[in-house]
Design a protein around this ligand. Sequence first.
Ligand SMILES: [Zn+2]
Length: 282
Amino acid sequence: MRTPIIFSEKCLNYGTWHIEGPQRVGLAHEFLLERGYNFTEPEPASENDLLRAHDGDYLWNLKKGLVEDPDTPAYDNVYEFARLSAGGALLAAKTSGFSLMRPPGHHAGVFGSALGVYTRGFCYLNNIAIAVKALGKATLILDIDGHHGNGTQEVFQGDPKVVYVSLHRHPHYPGTGFSSEGNCLNFPLPGDIGEKRYLETLDKALGMVAAERFAALAVSAGFDTYAGDLASLGLTDESYAEIGKRIARLSKPTFFVLEGGYMGEKVGRAIDHLLLGYEGTS
Ligand SMILES: [Zn+2]
């Protein structure tokens, strides 16, 4: 069975001038449509869903349009866009799907900016954290975005039900994730390290985790590791297929939530390869 893609055109209606703009997701959507995927529309996450991962005062400020930093503008109605993206992650968790929504989430911590980092890195609500909290199961989170998910680490640091594994470029934004801390296993990698060393590191990381402990696998699926993208690790379409195969080998109910990836159609191609590898058809 093909992995359902969670998508709403509404997520394309803000931020046209920003690098985290509608084109990156819009072009990926068009590519995946042509490839014959099935699409489902999400509902916005409820405030109760959001409160499992975020502080109430932070949510109030976000709703009032008071959350802003140089990376992360206070767009009109950004709370509603962020709530719908979080709803995409919730639906992905329910349907073992892939949420192709924006804004991304993994830099957003309990109070917005996370682990002492000044900006929120294009993120408002931590979509994957909200979905993992709603599941309430022992969950392994694998973050393959090229940036460290400081927000996700902050939300789950010390949580006995969750292990967070991140491979990311370092030194690079946000500057966190240089070493592992408790249940958060961090694998910093030099820029453009290439597929071979990336996959060796991924195998090592997954080998350190007792997969049988977990009832679910949540993947923070960022594609800015693609050669030439914002946090390039020199990966190609085939690299994502290889990552997908490794995810499949864990044999867990799995869902995926889009994080970064800024090269439009290449994001679509990378998603397609990841899912082909995952579904065993590549
Ligand atoms: Zn990123």
